[in-house]
Ligand binder design. Sequence first.
Ligand code: SF4
Ligand code: SF4
Length: 441
Amino acid sequence: MNLLWKTFPKGGLHPRQMKSRLRGKALWNASIPALSIVPLLQHRGEPADCLVHPRDTVREGMLIGRARSDSSCHVHSPVPGIVKYIDEITLPWGEKTPAVFIELGGEFNRLGKAVHTYPWEGIPGDRLLTILSDKGVVGMYSGIPVHRKLTIPKGKFVRTLIINGIECEPYLCADHRIMVEKAAELVEGARIAATITCAPRRVIALTGDRPDALAALREKVREMKADIEVRALWSKYPLGDERQLIKAVTGEEIPSGGTALDAGAVVLNAATTLAMYEAVVLQKPLIERSITVAGRAIRDQANLKVRIGTPLADLVEECGGFTRMPEKIIVGGPLTGWGLSELSAPVTKTTAGVLFLSPKEIRNSRRTNCLNCGRCTRSCPMGLQPEAIYKWVEHSAYEEARGEGILDCTECGCCAYACPARIPLVKEIRAGKMILQSGGV
Ligand code: SF4
Ligand code: SF4
């Protein structure tokens, strides 16, 4: 087998993966929610402008939020129904946004209907970008509107397009299932991205411990005669981070303060690439996504295809309820996700998973003073000194924190995970970054 046992060089961890049984569980369609909660901000940038009013009838896939500017993104109705009301909600990461509450009713345009495919070869890249923008496609982890990410500024060139199938956070398996079950669509999505970026090298990267996904992708690449490499890398957290993945695949480094394009690369994850395929080939707006629901406090752990706007509480019911009250609820992965205290938030375009963790799955040891053990520094893939940055932020010495490289922190969570004193390093570093980025000092 043509394995490339490479990874990124500095730092990183091997957290317990908790995926062995979940990876084998096929995606299933979750029930359509009776009441969908559709936030008008599900992307990086400004919220979309609301186009509907209470008592309006909406169709499945109808535009209900129009991008306010180029730094915004369209939002579509995930279900047919009636707008009950529009209200402010709090997203899992604490940001507030208006959301459209839609009561299910009426006929579906797509669900249960024959699937039509639309030929795309020969469509120029700028027209493909318009389609992606019209269909509201965003990075399914980052929330960056894809048409923005794939608009290559003058003077920049993409040498390598990387489809990121690493999914290195514990528990999360939905991208793995996409690679196994939707390999042909993923390869086609990669070809669309290659057409837009004109990248001469195209790579689908995943870890070498997934023989089923590797076999499925290699078979489809061969069948479709696609000029795409399928590469197996050595699993280490956070290999799925754009910076580390580019380094592992191309050897190039993103300069401090730079972007992937400064290293001649564009990275799209598997779920995003599938959404691009569906937008272009099926003319389907982004109204559903694949997620993992896991943790020992939930009865039936699963990989689900869910409508955007599905309340998290509905997922609990879908998965058979709790076996015990969860000690911790996390949206996303355990290292970079967001803790929740209740379940009123909905699934958004960037929700990769929801974890309901039992006391045994979280480390409850008490916080102590720093032991000066250096584990945080050794685990940092960016070569930073997290403990020093933490101290500067704690003392509101933000310029000193800047000098220590706080803005290069990717918030991967390695330092906090490695810290035996349970110091909330990432929480504090993230807060310091926000203050510096908002010009608060
Ligand atoms: S969260 Fe930031 S400081 Fe901590 S290990 Fe990751 S990159 Fe380094
Ligand atoms: S890992 Fe924790 S205890 Fe060790 S040096 Fe870093 S902050 Fe201090």
